[in-house]
Every structure is written in C-alpha cells, then in structure tokens.
Write a protein that binds this ligand. Structure first.
Ligand SMILES: *[C@@H]1O[C@H](CO)[C@@H](O)[C@H](O)[C@H]1NC(C)=O
Ligand SMILES: *[C@@H]1O[C@H](CO)[C@@H](O)[C@H](O)[C@H]1NC(C)=O
Ligand SMILES: [Cu+2]
Length: 303
C-alpha cells in the first residue's frame, strides 16, 4: 500500500523510513547521481516489503509493483570498474533489518526502458555475514554485512557484454523468516554498460520470479535460534566477475571476486562461503508464551 506522506507528517515519515525501506537513489562510485527515482524505476509499494509467495510467483518480484516498464526512467552509462549502488530511499538511516543482500543483473535485448525483466538474470553481488565470533543473537542485528548500511552495490566487471541492463538491488530481512515471513526489499536501476569486452553473460542464470522457492532454506532461517552460521546462499551462485562479501559465519568479512577463468560459473568450491555447521534452530517463538519478547522484537523492527 502506498504510504500517504502528506497525512503522516515529518516525524511519522522519519519513523516509517527507519522501519522499512526501498531503494530510490543511484550511486556511482559512491556519489549520488540525479534525482530520486531518476535512474531507478519508481514502483508504487513505497516502503513495504513483499513476502515469499510473491517471490515465488509474481512478475512484480522483478522490479516491484508497477516497475514493469522503464519508459519514465533514465539510463545511466557506466564502464568496467565503476561501482554502481542503489541507495536507500528518502534519506533513511540504514538498513536496520537482519539479512543478506544481493544484486542481480539482466541484459535487455534492446532498450532497457522497454524491457520487462522476463529474460535471464545473474547474481553479481552477494553480502552475507561480516562479524567475527558470531553469537546466535548477532543474527538478529549486526552479524550481517548490510546491517545499518544505506546501499547495496556491485562493481561493473570487464567481462560482461556491452548493452543496457536492469540492476536489481535486494535486501532480504529474516526476522520473520521462521514464520514464513521473510521480507523482500528491492528495486531496479537502469544502466548502459560501455567499454566491456564480454560476448555473453556467464554464470548461473535464473528467472524472476523463480529465483527463490517458498521452501528455500535461505529464506526460512531463524534468527532467533542457536545458529552461529548462515550456511545458505539465497538464489544462484555469484557469476564470474561478481563479488561475495562476508561469509556464512562472519569469520571473513572480505570481499572476494569470482574469477572469470572458468566460463561455467567459476571455481565455486574454493570461493563459496565456508560451510561450518548446520544450524540448530530452536522452536520458533511461541505466541503468548513470550509476549513481552515478541513485543520488544516488533518494536525493534516496527513491522
Ligand atoms: C554505500 O555502502 C557502503 C558499504 O557497503 C558504504 O561504505 C558507502 O559509504 C555507502 N555509500 C554511500 C554514498 O552512502
Ligand atoms: C522453516 O523453519 C522452521 C524452523 O525455523 C521449521 O519448523 C519449518 O519446518 C521450516 N520450513 C521449511 C519449509 O523448511
Ligand atoms: Cu520492516
């Protein structure tokens, strides 16, 4: 539902912005370019997340509700090595929701303004956990690389085809995931890549919807359990030229680039986040039994 900004007033709006989020600003090499929504398809879901059923079935899961066309959105030209980020909307002060962040790319057959995102997507950036010596409760907050940051980003690789692309930035909030209520936040930027040398997109391709299934472990992870590791990767492996920041248990917070040398999807064995232990989840919080706790949680995330 659209947030009625006028009726809410500044204070309420600020509170909402802190509670949920979307992405409406394009960052190039960490500098904001253009106006809000100039290079990002303006969708009409405001700050609100969507849930796993839409993720699995709806075309709106590509670029969000009413983001199917980009005719009113400009296209920003970038070159290999440029860092492209999608910044949180309306000056919100950071993604204060726990979970992984992803960036997906889809090459438009022609003009991206006319492209609906129905073609193949690759994952070009993955952010997992970045905090060393994680204790289970850290997964409710700052275990995650993206916690409190205000943008998701990727670096344009050399070896992708020139052309126009949809760039889909996404954050998945997991505080309700044990209850089937992982929250998905996403929007699409439009870019044109010049000066790259690839002849085709490499790596694992997915369709959206279809990238996540309702039963995927990655979106059914309990942050309220005993796990000290998130041994999952939402969606496909990161494509060659893309990056993985952090790891399953946070022991490495580095950003690793997937090499190009294997055209079939890189050397995943070496690169994928270390598998540590299978998480042992507690029974998800029981309603009633722990009302105070639930209240505290819902205050924290205000959802
Ligand atoms: C974008 O996020 C990164 C962390 O990934 C941060 O270092 C950077 O300052 C942010 N850029 C802007 C312009 O907010
Ligand atoms: C999701 O996780 C909960 C525990 O957090 C578990 O009880 C449930 O069976 C899981 N569902 C699926 C589909 O894996
Ligand atoms: Cu929220």
């Amino acid at each position: 539902m659209r947030v009625n900004e006028i009726a809410f007033g500044a204070a309420a709006l600020a509170r909402l912005a802190a509670a949920h989020y979307t992405f409406n600003g394009l960052l190039i090499n960490d500098e904001l370019v253009g106006r809000d929504w100039q290079y990002i398809r303006q969708h009409d879901r405001g700050y609100m997340p969507t849930f796993r059923e839409e993720a699995a079935t709806s075309d709106d899961f590509r670029c969000n509700q009413n983001g199917g066309s980009g005719v009113n959105t400009d296209v920003y030209t970038v070159r290999p090595g440029d860092k492209v980020g999608l910044r949180q909307a309306f000056g919100a002060g950071g993604i204060r929701h726990p979970g992984p962040a992803q960036v997906y790319l889809s090459l438009a057959p022609g003009s991206v303004k006319q492209y609906d995102g129905s073609g193949d997507w690759i994952k070009i950036s993955q952010e997992l956990a970045c905090k060393p010596n994680i204790v289970p409760a850290d997964f409710q907050t700052d275990a995650w690389c993206a916690w409190d940051e205000d943008n998701v980003s990727f670096v344009v690789p050399e070896n992708i085809p020139e052309g126009e692309y949809l760039v889909r930035g996404e954050h998945i909030a997991l505080h309700g995931a044990h209850d089937g209520k992982a929250e998905f936040y996403y929007a699409c930027a439009q870019i044109k890549v010049e000066g790259s040398t690839g002849s085709e997109l490499l790596g694992e391709k997915v369709l959206i919807p279809g990238v996540y299934g309702v039963d995927d472990d990655a979106i059914n992870f309990s942050v309220w359990g005993r796990s000290t590791s998130y041994p999952f990767v939402p969606g496909p492996d990161v494509a060659p030229g893309g990056t993985i920041r952090g790891s399953a248990d946070g022991s490495s917070a580095e950003t690793v680039t997937i090499p190009f040398d294997s055209s079939s999807g890189g050397s995943e064995e070496e690169i994928s986040p270390p598998e540590t232990e299978t998480p042992v989840c507690l029974t998800p919080p029981v309603r009633r039994q722990n009302r105070k706790l639930r209240k505290a949680r819902s205050m924290r995330f205000r959802n």
